[in-house]
Ligand binder design. Sequence first.
Ligand SMILES: *Cc1c(COP(=O)(O)O)cnc(C)c1O
Length: 410
Amino acid sequence: MNEIPGPIAPPARLLMGPGPISAYPSVLTAMSAALVGQYDPFMTATMTETQELYRRVWGTSNDATVLIDGTSRAGIEAAMISLIRPGDRVLVPVFGRFGHLLAEIAERAMAEVHTIEVPWGQVFPVSAIEQAILAVKPQLLGLVQGDTSTTMLQPLDEVGALCAKHGVLFYSDATASLGGNPFEADAWGLDAATAGLQKCLGGPSGSAPITLSERAVELIRSRKKIEAGIREEGDEDAADFIRSNYFDLGMILDYWGPRRLNHHTEATSMLYGARECARLLLLEGRDEVIARHRLHGAAMLAGVQGLGLTVFGDLAHKMTNVVAVEIPEGVPGDAARTAMLTDFGIEIGTSFGPLHGRVWRIGTMGYNARTDAVLQTLAALETVLRRFCAPVAANGGVDAAQGIYASAGR
Ligand SMILES: *Cc1c(COP(=O)(O)O)cnc(C)c1O
């Protein structure tokens, strides 16, 4: 009982779920680099360098492009708690689980939240979003770009212009999609966007890249400053202060900015990891990384169809990097996933809400958007399906995926 466990020794795993995914090896190496002090010139230079890398990842010239220390929802909370004044109207079009999360967080930020919904597996036409904007007259629109719960990718390219026309701040959660699908913060008129590392960026969870337009920064700066000991008595009711210290973007920007005002202690190892994720992406090329996700996503899609499985959702709006497949009649979904994990070391994903028990989700993201990872997963899945007596075409998955590679000249 009092034995001390040995050093950490995780089993070999190929993470082919909807995230987290296996990190690029060099990201893990970067994260084991030596620590420096919070204000060491190397640290501040690395922070500045990382900001510049993420401007290029986001497609923005926003000065206010930083990392929030925490998982993706730390980025979501920072954006919402800093941009929403209590009583503001916030519109959230919900097309999956993460839309509900945005609505919940907006609620906690004391917004008056309005949602519209489409059935899971679909996205919103821009006209539906405009109609809702006209009806609700929100101060902020919160819209997920890619919702891993349904695998759908909401088109954002025309939404920014719509928001600008109606004077609405436009925020998007691009956690699942950034890096593997196009994202253009400036060209699409985003005021705020957040992400995480554990999807297409190929890192561990724990750092949330965020970018904010000048308009968003102005709003944050216009809110009442509050620091320990200086708030006046009886001020609470009317005071428009940001109701979080950790997620106060005004303070976080002052820490990342030229003044370097002390706030939290930047998570050094996560900074190194986030920097390496962005560096790898830009080294390969933003378009090239998207094309790689598109290729391996198409191979996985063809592969599961080649196994005779039915794919869930509107394929015209599927993210490049994840596919949802219906669990065949008679196959115990959880037992099959367990067999994938214990017999083959491959993790695939389960599902939430209305899809629970109905579909598996299989990702091809970041480091695992790779031919061998796709083919191994399909070969293992065929064996497992066969074990549970599902009718599968012999080598149907691998053959179909290889067909995609062959026609792409690979
Ligand atoms: C995966 C995902 C997240 C994850 O949030 P964490 O806090 O990192 O667990 C958030 N938003 C979307 C759209 C996602 O797909």
